[in-house]
Design a protein. Structure first.
Length: 262
């Protein structure tokens, strides 16, 4: 999950508008400031999730997998682009809901500054309001050296990268076992002539999982994949909860025939 050297805005990961290596020479007087997350995550309806988070996250969000050749686990915060149901009116995250590590990492991340190098450098998004000069906040450097705060940030980003690598390996095991399939959830709303169909994601094929036998089944048990798979499957029931919340807020989704649900 390491970020490659940025080649332009379009190549930057979700949330990030720019990347700059954190340096004592350039940012010696910069501080980490507490800010309002709403300006960053407003409208983010799906965020990458690591397998280390599955057990906690499945209580708050549906966990699905992206489509394409290299699927990524995702936590769904809404069923439509631009809809985040987990922000309160004051911009804070919903109380008691799990906050994905991807959000907690921002505005920092580890990135490869040169495509030909495997070395990772701690970078940050200079467009954010969380890192700036001034008297407010916690210093990122002390006497030219990384402060305790910066060391903690670096450690968290390293842990995130390791979790990302484990997540990629987990997904590859699912792909090899041909356990992923195109997902579809049908929700029949009272009074609607047709059900709402939610697609555009992948999920584990539960029937195929039940049919696994012998070495293939033992491998899932021994390498810890099975509990993660069931955390994902159990979480899918929350898609209906998101649907209900969106309807209550007047945020769609669009019903068959192009009419917005109300």
């Amino acid at each position: 999950m390491a970020t490659a050297a940025p080649q332009g805005v379009s190549s930057l990961p979700l949330l990030y508008k720019d990347l700059q290596p954190l340096s004592s020479n350039v940012h010696g007087d910069y501080r980490l400031v507490q800010g309002n997350a709403a300006s960053v995550i407003q409208g983010v309806h799906a965020v990458p999730l690591t397998i280390d988070e599955f057990i906690m996250a499945q209580r708050s969000f549906p966990i699905v997998f992206s489509t394409g050749a290299n699927p990524v686990p995702l936590a769904l915060l809404g069923l439509n682009e631009g809809v985040n149901l987990f922000l309160e009116e004051d911009g804070s995250f919903r109380p008691h809901a799990y906050i994905p590590a991807y959000f907690r990492r921002y505005p920092f991340l580890l990135a490869r500054l040169r495509p030909d190098s495997e070395d990772l450098s701690l970078c940050f998004d200079p467009s954010s309001d969380f890192v700036k000069t001034g008297e407010e906040g916690e210093a990122l450097f002390a006497e030219g050296q990384p402060s305790t705060v910066t060391k903690s940030i670096l450690e968290f980003c390293e842990q995130f990268e390791h979790a990302g690598a484990r997540s990629a390996a987990f997904v590859q095991e699912l792909v090899k076992a041909e356990l992923l399939m195109d997902g579809e959830v049908s929700i029949q709303m009272e009074g609607a002539s047709q059900p709402f169909i939610y697609r555009g994601f992948q999920m584990v094929n539960e029937e195929k999982l039940k049919d696994m036998r012998g070495d293939a089944a033992r491998k899932l048990m021994q390498n810890g994949i099975l509990p993660l798979v069931y955390a994902h499957l159990f979480s899918l029931s929350l898609i209906r909860d998101l649907f209900t919340q969106q309807i209550a807020r007047g945020l769609g989704p669009v019903a068959p025939g192009g009419q917005e649900a109300s």
